[in-house]
Write a protein that binds this ligand. Structure first.
Ligand code: ZN
Ligand code: ZN
Length: 267
């Protein structure tokens, strides 16, 4: 079991024991534990996509943002699924008998949106306006919400199948740094822009009519700015930033990329 999954289980168990105490004053501790459990199950889901979305990129992110990126990589990243397998009588033919391995329940974006920030609001002291009006927090509502989240988390954490992902994969070695780049092409999308995580290379992946994936690097051929020189150099698209320079291999001069604004007065 992954570290995130066991953290989520521990947090859920603590939340359950806070809820079981039946003390309204302890609801905020249940809310805190549930929030941590939501974070852990979402990070756990993200580990299924670690080659596309490396953990160091989302270490400090909140679950909603992590899930949005996962959905960008794979539009079915937060969908529940059912996993079965069977032997095809011959290649491409539907198996006569399918063996059901289990269902996977994912803590999806809609549930994160519905509950995560609300849980956060239970963790702050009441705002002055509430204090002055003498209004008590709605403990019944708070408890109902906590119970609802805990039961969704229970279903997620008791799934016999977890972190399964399927999709049309494209994988290739980066032309610049040779690191393997893997991407899932979401259903219904024919072309996708992809950045290398390791270097500044970027690519467009296109689904061709014969079902293959074509990969085109984003680069520009730039001619030396010395008017007496005609040497051209290939620059990666993501390298085109203010201040970046290269030394011309032919004339030895320095070419620097500069951002500029040209002003023209109104007459
Ligand atoms: Zn690269
Ligand atoms: Zn030159």
């Amino acid at each position: 079991m992954s570290i995130h999954r066991s953290r989520a289980r521990n947090a859920l168990a603590s939340a359950r024991s806070e809820l079981a105490s039946d003390e309204d004053q302890r609801l905020k501790y249940a809310a805190l534990e549930l929030r941590m459990a939501i974070e852990s199950v979402t990070y756990d889901r993200a580990t299924a996509y670690k080659s596309e979305f490396p953990p160091h990129e989302y270490e400090t992110w909140q679950p909603k943002k992590v899930m949005l990126v996962l959905l960008e990589i794979d539009s079915s990243a937060d969908s529940d699924s059912s996993l079965s397998f069977g032997i095809e009588p011959s290649p491409g033919q539907t198996p006569e008998v399918m063996k059901h391995l289990g269902d996977e329940v994912v803590f999806n974006l809609q549930t994160i949106k519905k509950h995560y920030d609300a849980l956060g609001s239970y963790l702050h002291s009441p705002i002055l306006k509430q204090v002055n009006s003498g209004k008590q927090p709605d403990y019944i509502k708070m408890r109902r919400r906590c119970e609802e989240i805990a039961s969704v988390l229970e279903r997620v954490l008791s799934s016999p199948v977890f972190n399964s992902t399927f999709g049309v994969f494209s994988s290739f070695d980066c032309c610049e740094c040779n690191v393997r780049i893997r991407r899932r092409i979401p259903r219904g999308i024919d072309s996708l822009s992809v950045d290398c995580f390791e270097c500044l290379a970027s690519y467009t992946l296109t689904r061709t009519s014969d079902g293959e994936i074509r990969m085109d690097p984003h680069q520009h051929e730039i001619v030396c700015a010395n008017t007496d020189c005609d040497h051209s150099t290939v620059i990666l698209h993501r390298e085109v930033v203010n201040g970046r320079f290269w030394i011309c291999k032919k004339c030895g001069g320095r070419n620097e990329i500069r951002l500029g604004i040209v002003y023209q007065a109104s007459n």
